[in-house]
Design a protein around this ligand. Structure first.
Ligand code: FAD
Length: 478
């Protein structure tokens, strides 16, 4: 341990938020003053950059090169395969097939001046009280499906049933578009990506040829972005079935006054797909003003065959992003051989942080990243999705982490934190003693796993072939 260090920082979670915060602290603190130890529950880093971002968007993962650079700092250490806090209990959808090793947050608090909580959102928004049939066969959370094709250990056994033709994706955000795109893309176009071979095997037997992307509100209120919509319109051999004319006509009438993005979206919807509906082998549509009520199976079956929706009506300016909806009382039914719920992610408080957490805002209570409310919050900070709620792209996450890093460095300068007689990971390790009975994955360990994945990939013409279980990852190090 180096004597000159005055600011020992622990980062909980190695996604974009954790890495950008670490980067900023190490960049802005005078050399040798600060150290960062990054705890990660999985044996591998990068969070949703690895396990969320779609495999056909490799350029988005370029941020990992920056993160690799950060990890080269002599003042940085990776503590992988080590979870902070207990497992979330009673989380719907949670599949406890993945058991990481964990240490309590209170132990970190003893050994660090500052802790950056950047552990993201690891469950689904729960709609089970308003949507029936979520447990039927063939109904999946988008988070699970995305995790599955990206090789997240928690979802390696998902084995989604893609043997039917009609898919319904509930949600009008970019994650819904990722799911739809993976279902519609010719599997050959995915073979060279880092999608898992298990997903390739399954997708090559995918029978889905019609995808309905269903949302509660109208086109102007959708959360997806134009870039992703444009991509959907240019998918090879895929035709777009346009929304009904009465939904589109207000856009025509107001086109002079529309904001740029809304105008662009409307043009995209109006222009439609580059492949005509008649020539397409697969089709998709955006279905607006439908709020999910149930997934249903025929008598005697536990597999979904249809889905019911409440028909909604916009209340107020239909062109405004903020406009809400109310139910008309009418119900509509769609065929559905496979359904995906893509209605958003849910965060949770680590054990001990319950009083600093607000379930309805879906993030830790904080002021510019400084955790507030609750006992014992001195030195606790938040970044990323756990700080501001589970929305926003990597660039937004980066700025938000920079803000948190600046607040920490200010607090350090002001003498509020820092200079504690503590020893970071060395201290934690010493206190754990022989309770530390699991393999801690260091950065050089990760580099070996990384190398092994790249070698597996290069044999089959891919950037990498991921290991999808904790034991396979650790076997590289044995
Ligand atoms: P995360 O990336 O989720 O990182 C959290 C990390 O903490 C994970 O590694 C997790 O394993 C770890 N962790 C959790 N609990 C613990 C614990 N108790 N102890 C230790 N470690 C823990 N953005 C884009 O810019 N472009 C895209 O194309 C894009 N596609 C996306 C697709 C999907 C499906 C999703 C869900 C998001 C996408 N995003 C995209 C958004 C982007 O992924 C997020 O902005 C960003 O990952 C949030 O970073 P984070 O660090 O807060 O959370």
């Amino acid at each position: 341990s180096s004597g000159g260090v005055k600011l020992r920082v622990a980062v909980v979670g190695s996604g974009p938020a954790g890495f950008y915060a670490a980067y900023r602290i190490l960049e802005k603190a005078p050399a040798g003053i600060a150290t960062v130890d990054m705890y990660e529950k999985l044996p591998v880093p990068y969070g949703l950059a690895r396990f969320g971002v779609a495999p056909d968007h490799p350029e988005v993962k370029n941020c990992e090169e920056k993160f690799e650079e950060v990890a080269q700092s002599p003042y940085f250490a990776f503590v992988g395969n080590t979870m902070v806090g207990a497992l979330p209990l009673a989380v719907p959808w949670y599949v406890p097939s993945f058991q990481p090793n964990h240490i309590p947050l209170s132990l970190l608090q003893k050994h660090y001046d500052a802790i950056i909580l950047s552990y993201g959102a690891d469950s689904d928004k729960d709609l089970s009280s308003s949507v029936k049939g979520l447990k039927l066969g063939g109904v999946y959370s988008a988070r699970a499906f995305v995790g599955w094709y990206n090789g997240h250990p928690e979802f390696r056994d998902l084995d989604p049933d893609l043997s039917g033709e009609q898919a319904v994706v509930v949600g009008h955000g970019n994650v819904a578009l990722d799911v739809a795109r993976i279902l519609l893309t010719d599997v050959d176009a995915l073979r060279n990506t880092d999608i898992t071979e298990a997903a390739i095997a399954k997708l090559s037997k995918n029978k889905v040829n019609r995808v309905r992307i269903v949302g509660r509100r109208g086109p102007a209120q959708a959360a997806f972005t134009n870039k992703e919509v444009r991509e959907m319109m240019t998918l090879d051999g895929v035709g777009f079935i346009p929304p009904p004319a009465e939904l589109m006509s207000p856009f025509v009438e107001s086109s002079a006054t529309l904001g740029r993005a809304t105008k662009r979206l409307f043009q995209l919807l109006q222009r439609g797909s580059t492949t005509s509906v008649a020539d397409a082998r697969k089709h998709f549509s955006f279905d607006f003003l439908l709020s999910p009520a149930s997934f249903d199976s025929p008598e005697g079956s536990s597999h979904v065959a249809s889905a019911k929706f409440n028909v909604m009506q916009l209340q107020g300016d239909i062109l405004s992003k903020e406009t809400r909806v109310r139910a008309t009382g009418e119900i509509t039914e769609l065929s559905c051989d496979v359904g995906f719920m893509s209605v958003g992610y849910k965060t949770h408080p680590l054990a001990g942080l319950e009083q600093s957490y607000n379930a309805s805002s879906n993030h830790l209570n904080n002021e510019n990243g400084k955790v507030c409310t609750g006992a014992n919050t001195k030195g606790l900070y938040a970044a990323g999705w756990i700080k501001r709620g589970p929305t926003g792209v990597i660039a937004e996450t980066m700025y938000d982490s920079f803000e948190t890093a600046a607040v920490i460095l200010n607090d350090f300068q002001a003498g509020e934190i820092g200079g504690k007689a503590c020893d970071g990971w060395e201290g934690v390790k010493a206190e754990l003693g022989n309770k530390l009975d699991w393999k801690v994955v260091s950065w050089s360990d990760w580099q070996k796993i990384d190398q092994a994945e790249k070698e597996r990939g290069s044999k089959i013409g891919k950037e990498r072939e991921k290991f999808t279980s904790q034991s396979d990852m650790l076997a590289v190090l044995a």
